[in-house]
Design a protein around this ligand. Structure first.
Ligand code: ASP
Length: 604
């Protein structure tokens, strides 16, 4: 059975009856959460995106026909009810509308539902794969609806703020030219120009810079971006950026407007007051103290550099690492001196995944004596000096790594986070923001045996470092900044190069010949000939920001139709094969054997 809603008009969503007068007639529409027949009374929980509202059917008030129809109601039927709003005799304090109910007079079954493959309920225990296959049902779950609605509100606040602050919302195309640098591009074959490809943008980077060249001064966009990266948990091949670019500005200007944006967002969405200015830390300090370019500031346990303290000690692991140009650093896990050996071994395994050969430890006993993995190599005074350098007190556990800087930072940074987790020091509703500034301009790639841009090739070097670009390129810092929240990078950006000579030099350092630079970025270089304003910008990952703000554990919870780890959409079954005719139109032929080989290699 499926009835029309002709003649009916919804007067309230479920939770909106709170604003209606008791005794008035309301018309509500939604889905049956559940319906219980208690003899002469039928109680139906009606659900829509605002919440649940109890409907009561009693033969004396709705008549026999409606009562019998109501007896047929099953979960997920879509219905309309006209009735009188009443006070409940036994209020339910669990739901906002718990003091009210609607005494039904009319009922229409707008459409019936088969038994759903899983119950539509909060905190579903159903495995995610099944929920994603039936995402349209999963999206009915109140907790998920709340997250998706909060995301919408976040986007609305952003738009409002940006417009109030003189930004123009300008759309940029999503069929563009492939300009690979960074991740892999998604390609879209052209039919009109067979054999040629569009690319989907990894970000609107060059286009927003061109908008500055064109004088639009302040731009923003909620921009869909695409990156064909290797499969990683909690990554999406397409994602949304809050993307912005500003003219005639420097680092501080970008930071200032973004601090106000963050303050406004957290105030309006969460009622949380972000204190300004937000703390700033250079990349170097972040690495030295936290072993990470996105430090989680909700707890201390900072890294300490003890290279000088152990430079001449008896422990070869330390001294050899130093001789090879590395460092020795440690963290003081205060109060964890009694950690069982097994747990220390587990931490060592974590360190090893970051390339460390091991983890040296000192456990300071309550009486002040030490138990240590390298005690026999150390003179008592050497050990004393080390414990002192680490501020070690009875009951503390000191953990050390000795290696190349990168390995030491990465492994101790990871261990610090692991300990923070184990000790419950990372509270979800404790929001610690941080600007990380002065990133290195370049990053050496062992794989490609060349420097790569740490942010992107259009990032402005710091003036005071530019003269080292030939002699020591790795030491040149950039006018780049990231905004970090609780150990997650939620956004990043930079001041851009606006001088063609610096841009040319940058391409040269990155190993791009004039010819290749011209072929890929010719349009930008051309634009740079005609009066370029100094400009800078930033982009947030909206999905990640929303995830943190709604307290979700996965990014998929704030995306209506997400893809899974291997980039497939389980509901639509995308990607999928297409008809031969479609391939023919594009002059494409699939090499089946090669396709199978690549797929098998990918699964390894
Ligand atoms: N386009 C950059 C990115 O996606 C952000 C920026 O520099 O504005 O990381």
């Amino acid at each position: 059975m499926s009835e029309s809603m002709k003649g009916l008009k919804r007067t309230h969503r479920c939770a909106e009856v709170l604003t209606a007068e008791v005794g008035s007639t309301v018309t509500v529409m939604g889905w049956v959460q559940r319906s219980r027949n208690k003899g002469g009374l039928i109680f139906t929980d009606l659900r829509d995106r605002t919440g649940i509202l109890q409907i009561i059917f009693e033969e004396t008030s709705c008549g026999r026909e409606v009562f019998e129809k109501a007896a047929e109601l099953r979960s997920e039927f879509c219905i309309a009810v006209v009735g009188t709003l009443e006070k409940r005799s036994a209020p339910n304090s669990q739901i906002p509308t718990g003091a009210l109910e609607v005494r039904a007079e009319q009922l229409r079954i707008l459409s019936e539902s088969e038994t759903p493959p899983f119950p539509v309920e909060e905190n579903s225990k159903t495995r995610e794969e099944l929920r994603l296959k039936y995402r349209f049902l999963d999206l009915r779950r109140p907790d998920l609806q709340k997250k998706i609605m909060t995301r919408s509100k976040i986007a609305a606040v952003v738009r409002q703020f940006m417009i109030e602050n003189g930004f123009l919302e300008i759309e940029t195309p999503t069929l563009i030219k492939s300009t690979p640098e960074g991740a892999r591009d998604y390609l879209v074959p052209s039919r009109v120009h067979p054999g040629k490809m569009y690319a989907l943008p990894q970000s609107p980077q060059l286009l927003k810079q061109l908008l500055m060249c064109s004088g639009y001064d302040r731009y923003f966009q909620l921009a869909r971006c695409y990156r064909d990266e290797d499969l990683r948990a909690d990554r999406q091949p397409e994602f949304t950026q809050i993307d912005m670019e500003l003219s005639f500005v420097d680092v501080d200007d970008v930071i200032e407007v973004n601090e106000r944006l963050l303050q406004r967002l957290f105030r309006e969405i969460l009622g949380v007051e972000v204190k300004l200015p937000i703390q700033r830390m250079t990349w170097q300090d972040a690495m030295d103290h936290y072993g990470s370019d996105k430090p989680d500031l909700r707890f201390g346990m900072q890294l300490r550099n003890v290279t000088e303290v152990v430079r001449n000690c008896g422990f070869g692991v330390f001294t050899n690492a130093i001789k090879a140009g590395g460092t020795v650093r440690g963290i003081n896990a205060e109060g964890l001196g009694t950690m069982p050996r097994k747990k220390i071994d587990a931490l060592t395994d974590t360190a090893k995944t970051y390339g460390a050969k091991g983890l040296a430890y000192v456990a300071i006993q309550p009486d002040g004596t030490v138990k240590s993995s390298f005690q026999k190599f150390m003179k008592p005074e050497e050990m004393d000096a080390l414990v002192r350098a680490m501020d070690g007190k009875p009951g503390d556990l000191l953990l050390f790594a000795a290696d190349r800087n990168k390995v030491v930072w990465d492994s101790l940074g990871a261990i610090r986070l692991e300990l923070g987790r184990q000790l419950g020091l990372m509270k979800k509703d404790d929001y610690r923001f941080l600007w990380v500034t002065e990133f290195p301009l370049l990053e050496w790639s062992d794989e490609e045996n060349r420097f790569k841009a740490m942010h992107h090739p259009f990032t402005m070097p710091m003036e005071e470092d530019w003269d080292k670009i030939d002699s020591d390129p790795g030491s040149v810092r950039a006018k780049a900044y990231d905004i970090v929240l609780n150990g997650t990078e939620i956004g990043g950006g930079s001041v851009r190069i606006h001088q063609s000579d610096i841009q040319k030099k940058m391409f040269e350092v990155l190993g791009l010949s004039d010819e290749v630079a011209q072929q890929r970025f010719g349009f930008l270089l051309e634009a740079f000939k005609y009066g370029v304003p100094p400009h800078a910008g930033l982009a947030y990952g909206l999905d990640r920001l929303a995830m943190i703000m709604v307290g979700a554990d996965t990014i998929r919870d704030v995306i209506a139709f997400p893809k899974v780890k291997d980039a497939t959409d389980l509901m639509m079954n995308a990607p999928d094969v297409v008809e031969q005719k479609q391939l023919d139109d594009l002059a494409l032929k699939v090499d089946e054997e090669e396709a199978r080989r690549i797929e098998a290699a990918m699964k390894k």
